[in-house]
Design a protein around this ligand. Structure first.
Ligand SMILES: [Zn+2]
Length: 408
């Protein structure tokens, strides 16, 4: 099985290249808005959409007009990519059970005082390659890149973006997964609590790092400062810039934390069980938790890491409560957000709320996986006489995690 992965790298463009990159980002946005407007017009007229082919020929057609010279200066493969992305967005938005309204127009950064434009170049006939510390991007040239890690495979596409005051590109590559492990030794469930501490059913605990908290306090302070300053003034701009920079730092710190945790738990376990966070969010989370997406990051990163290693990732998706369930007897309890410990009303066990929750997650996950016929419990010979200390599973179906639906 192959997996598409994205790796981010820092770019150091020359001033001339930077002008080009900004221009191209704006062009990609312009094309998106243009095609989206055309789509909306068409839909109003006869309730049909323009699909990729129509949009690509439309782009080709308008290129010859003088007022669309800006499209001509743009990499044509990247322009087609915009059409492709828009097609995907339309299909997503209008498919069954979705929002049924058009994707949004992209707003100019001047209006929002933010650079959030990006464009994606596609690697056709090896036009994108990395040589001598520079990446060649069509119609831009060789842009110096900080290659902090080697490429895992051939480049598929490159997205260039200006984020938090720095240029970066994310390179998509296709990576081969390891063959699925036949024998899986350790299954662990994880609970991510409202303080964003990750707790495993085996006793694993990873605290939300202090530096993240520091940065957030600093952010609040700067935001108060911004509110005091006159909007649009020099001092206001300065604070705004510092806030933007800090946002970048926080997002990098958060990503780093999530990567380290997910790497560690994937290395230590063969089957990872998480709760479906959408369900969890609905059950008990307050606003700030949902906005801050460390939890989502950790599950996302653990998922692909597990798949790369040939291990299993499983999400229990049912509206099954995990919090407040006794790890010993399964008795349900209603807990408030502040109850970190509780005593079971049925068997009297005093327990940690997060640990018992993780234990209940792993139990549900195990039953799920066995019921779906993905794994079977096996009893190793050495353990047959004694009580089973380690759980050993065998993969009954090939393919892992995300593939199980197709296989069924
Ligand atoms: Zn109990």
């Amino acid at each position: 099985m192959k997996k598409t992965l994205r790796y981010n790298y820092r770019l150091n463009p020359t001033p001339e290249q930077e002008v080009k990159l900004i221009e191209f980002g704006a062009t990609a946005r312009g094309i998106w808005n243009l095609l989206l407007s055309e789509n909306m017009r068409r839909y109003e007229y006869d309730k049909t959409f323009l699909f990729y082919k129509d949009m690509a020929s439309l782009l080709k057609g308008i290129k010859s007009f003088e007022e669309f010279d800006w499209i001509k200066a743009f990499d044509s493969a990247a322009a087609q990519q915009v059409a492709r992305d828009l097609e995907t967005a339309l299909k997503n938005a209008f498919s069954k059970g979705r929002v049924q309204h058009f994707p949004k127009h992209k707003i100019s950064y001047k209006k929002k005082k933010l650079h959030n434009d990006s464009f994606r170049a596609v690697n056709n006939s090896n036009c994108i390659r990395i040589e001598n510390g520079a990446i060649s991007i069509p119609k831009v040239g060789k842009v110096p890149i900080v290659l902090h890690r080697d490429l895992a495979s051939k480049i598929k596409s490159v997205t260039v973006q200006f984020r938090h005051g720095k240029w970066e590109c994310s390179i998509t590559q296709e990576v081969e997964c390891k063959t699925a492990l036949r024998v899986l030794n350790r299954i662990t469930g994880f609970d991510i609590n409202s303080k964003q501490t990750v707790v495993g059913s085996d006793g694993f605990v990873a605290d939300n790092p202090k530096f993240l908290k520091h940065s957030k306090e600093k952010l609040n302070q700067l935001q108060r400062q911004l509110a005091r300053r006159k909007k649009g003034s020099n001092r206001w701009q300065k604070t705004k810039q510092r806030i933007n920079k800090l946002h970048g730092r926080i997002s990098r710190q958060r990503l780093d934390f999530a990567h380290k945790i997910s790497r560690q738990i994937t290395n230590e376990n063969d089957i990872l069980v998480f709760e479906d966070l959408n369900v969890k969010a609905m059950q008990k989370f307050n606003g700030s938790m949902v906005a801050d997406n460390v939890m989502g990051l950790i599950t996302q990163l653990s998922k692909y890491k597990a798949e790369l290693e040939g291990k299993l990732y499983h999400e229990i998706g049912r509206f099954e409560k995990s919090t407040g369930i006794c790890a010993e007897c399964g008795q349900h309890h209603v807990l408030t957000l502040n109850d970190r410990y509780f005593t079971c009303t049925a068997c009297g066990t005093y327990q940690n709320r997060d640990l018992s929750s993780a234990k209940s997650i792993v139990r549900t996950g195990e039953l799920d996986l066995i019921a779906a016929g993905i794994v079977a419990r096996v009893y190793p010979i050495s353990q047959q006489k004694q009580a089973i200390k380690t759980k050993v599973f065998e993969l009954s179906k090939l393919g892992c995690g995300s593939e199980k639906k197709e296989a069924a």
